[in-house]
Structures are given as C-alpha cells and as structure tokens.
Design a protein around this ligand. Structure first.
Ligand code: FES
Length: 120
C-alpha cells in the first residue's frame, strides 16, 4: 500500500506535517495526532521536542547525544526503527516505541537498546 503524503498549509501559509504518536504503555495505548510546522533540516527528535515544548508537555520520549551514537532516541517511524536524532521529517509520520512489549510510557522503552534489531 502506498503511503499518502499530506502537506497542510496553515493560516500563515507555512507547510506543516501531521504527526501521529502512540501514547500509553505496554498494557494500554492510544494515538494522539499533532500538526507540526515544517522547518528545514528538522529531525524527528526535534519534532518530538517541538510537541513537548509547544503542544503537549506530557509527551514522554528520550534522547541524549543527538549524534546517532547512544541509541537512546530509537523509535519506530512509519514501521521502521530509526534514530530520531538523525532522521529528518519529510512527510506525515506515525511514531511508535521501537519495541511494543517493553513500553514504560509513550516512546520510552525499558529494554536495553542492544536488542532493537530483533524487532525490525
Ligand atoms: S540521541 Fe543519541 S543516538 Fe539519538
């Protein structure tokens, strides 16, 4: 199935992306939708930070080095496990925890990131 991309012009005529994020934990989860303005070079981690600072301060996610080295920012974007800090947003996205079975809260997974390749 081909992924439909949607670019939305907001009132100031700037482009924005729709971002759907899986919330909750391993037992109970749901999806929340956000609209995020596009900015050149904006990473998925930058998008999550934007949502946290401007739209929903209850969003839980992690990130540290911002260089693709520590793997603390691993998430699943449109079904693929990626480093949120080094992956740029180019279209509407669905963001989920990289491992569904060990979710502490929202995008934070309690299991060691060394095993993430098992769930690709
Ligand atoms: S924040 Fe360290 S790999 Fe992304």
């Amino acid at each position: 199935m081909e992924k439909k991309e949607t670019l939305v012009l907001n009132k100031s005529n700037s482009v924005s992306y729709k971002v759907r994020i899986r919330r909750g934990n391993s037992e109970t989860s749901w999806y929340d939708d956000f609209e995020v303005p596009s900015e050149a070079g904006q990473s998925i981690l930058g998008v999550l930070q934007y949502i946290y600072e401007n739209l929903d301060a209850s969003l839980a996610f992690s990130g540290s080095c911002r260089l693709g080295l520590c793997s603390s920012c691993l998430v699943r974007v449109n079904g693929k496990v990626v480093h949120a800090c080094t992956t740029l947003i180019k279209s509407d996205i669905v963001v989920e925890p990289y491992k569904q079975s060990c979710v502490a809260r929202d995008l934070i997974v309690t299991q060691n990131t060394d095993t993430y390749r098992d769930e690709k």
